[in-house]
Structures are given as C-alpha cells and as structure tokens.
Design a protein around this ligand. Structure first.
Ligand SMILES: NC(=O)c1ccc[n+]([C@@H]2O[C@H](COP(=O)([O-])OP(=O)(O)OC[C@H]3O[C@@H](n4cnc5c(N)ncnc54)[C@H](O)[C@@H]3O)[C@@H](O)[C@H]2O)c1
Length: 216
C-alpha cells in the first residue's frame, strides 16, 4: 500500500518503473542495476534510489535489483494484482476516444460503465461499454463497486457532477475538465490538461532549450 507521506512526484513515477520492469521481465532479464534502470526510464539513479527508499530496502548494494521481486512489489503497490473497474462520466468527443482506448495496455484497469445525460446515447453500448443515464449513476457505481471515475463533462457542470459523484461514494476523480473542482477531504483529484502540457513544452522550447544563434 502506498504510504500517504510519499511525494506526489514519486507516486507518479511508480507506473513508469512498473511498466519498464514488466518489459524487462518479459525479455528474460533477472537483475538490473540502478544505473541501467535510470538510463532506461530516463530518471537519474539518485532519484530512483530515493523513490525506492520510501518502500524500504528493495535492492542490495553491489547486486542491484531483482527484476521479478521488484515487479511483484510494484504490482501489489499499484493495485495491479487485481482488476479495477472505473466509470466514465460524459461520453462526448473525449469520452468516446477514452472508451475506444479503454486502457488496452493494462490488464488491470478498465472502464466498465459510462454515464451521460444525452438520451441519444444512453441505453446503448459503445466500444463494449454500457452507457447509463445519470439518474442510474449512484445505483450502478455502488453495484459495480466503482470508486474511481474519469470526468469528461463540459466544465460548467463539472462541480455539480463532482458533488453527485462524491455523494455516491467516489474516492478518486481523473478530471479532464479545465475546472479545478472542490471536494471534501478523503477524495483525491488528479487533473489532466493537455493544453497546460503543450504550453509548458512550448515555454521550455522558447525560454530554456533555445538553440544557440547561428554564427554563420
Ligand atoms: N484535459 C484535456 O486535455 C482536455 C482535452 C479536450 C477536452 N477537455 C475537456 O473535456 C470535457 C469534454 O470535452 P468534449 O470535447 O468531449 O465535450 P463534448 O461536449 O463532446 O462532451 C461532453 C459530454 O458530456 C455530457 N454531459 C453534459 N452534461 C452532463 C451531465 N450533467 N452529466 C453527465 N454528462 C453530461 C454531454 O451530453 C456530452 O456527451 C470538457 O470539459 C473539455 O473542456 C479536456
């Protein structure tokens, strides 16, 4: 279980380590040094050692890391040893794309239910996932034991829908809307904003990674 004192930046790197360890394991590799791991995941080895130190002794000095035990450890820590059903709220342009993708790369996370107010799509099945009307949301979330949702509704309704989700017992929201929604303690929000990411990239290109002026 991830300790709540673990920094957000460390928690965000865990899936990267987990994914790469899976690739290594499938290719037959048994052991890896922190330097090799650092080169592969593009995270410096001091950061990797610090990240791993939050979980106690995961490797041995001079030996490196045992790939299988590290993989098993992260699998458990990231809850990848069991299937997690998530719900999608708002099946518009972005919602359809996410339904279509449905985390094909992961065996352990899937969208099992989606919700919308548009009666042209409620009652249908899209990409293998049933779309329910919002008035069935609470009942379905409880029945399917869903605690995590992906929020892709228009921003003007995002707070109202979030309040409904929290009342229905949701504990985690992956928020794609531009609104920074408010929730009570105990509910975790992870914001995803492609515009921000793109603006940050463009900022770095223009201010930090400026190519040297040509001397010709
Ligand atoms: N984070 C990102 O990078 C990113 C990228 C694109 C879009 N977005 C955001 O994602 C959201 C969805 O964008 P889109 O282009 O798919 O919009 P869209 O209008 O195509 O889809 C919104 C869907 O939500 C449904 N909806 C409206 N009110 C609802 C309610 N109260 N309850 C449930 N469903 C409701 C609509 O019927 C529609 O199907 C917007 O907030 C948009 O700003 C974020």
């Amino acid at each position: 279980m991830i300790n709540s004192k673990i920094p957000q930046a460390t928690a965000k790197r865990l899936p990267i380590y987990y994914r790469y360890l899976g690739i290594l394991y499938n290719s037959g590799k048994k052991r890896i040094s922190s330097t090799e791991l650092a080169e592969a995941v593009k995270v410096d080895s001091a950061t990797i050692r610090r990240d791993f130190s939050y979980f106690g002794a995961l490797g041995k000095r001079g030996y490196g890391y045992d790939v299988k035990s590290l993989l098993d450890f992260f699998k458990k820590t990231l809850n990848q040893d069991k299937l997690t059903n998530v719900a999608l709220i708002g099946v518009g342009n972005l919602g359809h794309a996410l339904l279509n993708y449905n985390f094909h790369g992961s065996n352990n996370v899937r969208i099992s239910a989606a919700f919308d107010i548009d009666d042209r799509i409620t009652g249908t099945i899209q990409s293998g996932v049933p779309i329910y009307p919002m008035n069935e949301m609470k009942e379905q979330l409880v029945e399917q034991q869903i605690e995590v949702v992906i929020l892709t509704v228009p921003s003007p309704v995002a707070q109202r829908v979030t309040d409904e989700l929290v009342t229905a017992g949701i504990r985690g929201i992956l928020n794609f809307t531009p609104l920074r929604v408010n929730v009570q303690d105990g509910v975790r929000i992870q914001n995803v904003d492609l515009t921000n990411e793109l603006q940050t990239l463009i900022y770095f290109l223009n201010h930090v990674d400026q190519p040297q002026a040509s001397t010709k």
